[in-house]
Design a protein around this ligand. Structure first.
Ligand SMILES: NC(=O)c1ccc[n+]([C@@H]2O[C@H](COP(=O)([O-])OP(=O)(O)OC[C@H]3O[C@@H](n4cnc5c(N)ncnc54)[C@H](O)[C@@H]3O)[C@@H](O)[C@H]2O)c1
Length: 353
């Protein structure tokens, strides 16, 4: 195979990061796009120099020049489209979250096994320079056994409206949309242990807050400020099979004094904060040290993260890299998210099956 033929399915906001990174990659031929909004696909194809605008999903998946696809649709179609793409012989990069529920991933897991194709979950924050540095420190044992993590992604006024606030299409609110990033990062640095119990709450008290003008910075392609039937805050405590624990707080709307992003892990020999910026705490010669690595972006940089994620996916499809975010990671994260919503509904701690 000379260049990897790529198709992009769903070409709204985040697809622009995928299209831009593919267009800049010399190992890629951007062959086709498909979106249920045909005007949008034609416009994005022109902007990014894509060869074909496919009229249907089936026509894109039948395109013999397409070896791999990015799926950037709403959450309600991730699992179904990924399954169809694998069965059509394509490699798949599917945006986070993998699906709306863990149950939706069952057919997909089987499709990965029978197709022999690669599926990567778009946990893009694993590909930030700060995350790559911290992962190498963790893997080398600098933090020792990591036994607790703190994951926070708080927006004071951050309900994007549109499909994000429509449970049917999103599967949930800030937990499944932005909480998933920080939950995944902590779990990744903890060594992906299996979750055993969850105690959680969700609140839907403040809604879309469409009357607050600064909300406009979160506008999406089909922004509709009038509705929200998802939670606006979630908090959870998770225990893992290796004795480790994790606390999570995330919101679209909260009367907090400021937005807050925090990813912190604590081990027997050291600790680290990945966000708001990478800093590592350790001990040497009876001294406690805070170490700040010298890299361009100490916090997550979108352009760099997506360029790295797409470069890795292309290398994986060309047989030049190992998987970083396999389907098993996507399904385990969905299992935790399901557990959080279930515990919140039940009003007590639950044991995950
Ligand atoms: N990795 C990240 O940091 C990040 C950031 C934002 C969004 N996302 C994820 O990306 C996905 C898309 O989010 P967005 O902000 O780009 O939304 P968006 O609404 O801007 O774009 C989604 C596009 O998909 C199209 N679409 C929806 N269902 C479709 C289907 N079944 N077939 C074909 N096209 C379909 C819509 O018409 C729209 O153009 C979501 O799953 C979201 O969670 C990830």
């Amino acid at each position: 195979m000379s260049r990897l033929g790529v198709g992009v399915i769903g070409v709204g906001s985040i697809a622009e990061m995928h299209l831009g990174a593919y267009a800049a990659n010399p190992d890629v031929h951007l062959v086709g796009v498909f979106d249920v909004n045909h005007e949008r696909s034609a416009q994005k194809a022109e902007t990014f120099g894509v060869t074909r605008v496919h009229p249907t999903l089936d026509s894109l998946l039948a395109d013999p020049e397409i070896d791999a696809v990015s799926i950037c649709t709403w959450n309600d179609s991730h699992a179904e489209i990924a399954t169809a793409a694998l069965d059509a012989g394509k490699h798949v990069l599917v945006e986070k979250p993998l699906s709306r529920t863990a149950g939706e991933t069952e057919a997909l897991v089987e499709a990965v096994e029978r197709s022999g194709r690669h599926l990567e979950v778009g946990f893009v924050r694993r590909f930030g320079a700060n995350a790559k540095v911290l992962k190498s420190f963790v893997d080398s044992g600098l933090l020792g056994d990591v036994y607790h993590a703190r994951a926070t992604n708080i927006r004071r006024l951050g309900n994007p409206g549109g499909w994000f606030a429509d449970h049917k299409r999103s599967g949930g609110g800030p937990l499944i949309d932005i909480g998933v990033h920080v939950l995944d990062l902590c779990w990744y640095f903890m060594g992906t242990p299996r979750a055993v119990t969850v105690s959680a709450v969700t609140h839907a008290r403040l809604g879309n807050r469409a009357n607050v003008t600064s909300l406009s910075r979160y506008k999406v392609a089909d922004y509709d400020p009038t509705r929200s039937d998802v939670e606006d805050f979630a908090a959870a405590f998770i225990r893992f099979d290796n004795g480790a624990s994790l606390t999570l707080e995330t919101s679209y709307s909260l009367h907090a004094l400021e937005d807050r992003l925090e990813v912190a892990v604590f081990g027997e020999r050291g600790g680290a904060e990945l966000e708001p910026q990478l800093r590592i705490a350790t001990e040497m010669h009876d001294t406690v040290l805070n170490v700040g690595p010298q890299i361009d972006h100490l916090s997550f940089d979108f352009a760099e993260g997506f360029a790295n994620e797409i470069a890795h996916f292309v290398a994986l499809c060309l047989g030049e890299a190992e998987q970083v975010a396999p389907v098993s990671h996507g399904t385990e994260i969905m299992r935790m998210l399901d557990g959080i919503y279930e515990s919140a509904r039940a009003g007590h701690e639950i044991r995950l099956s």
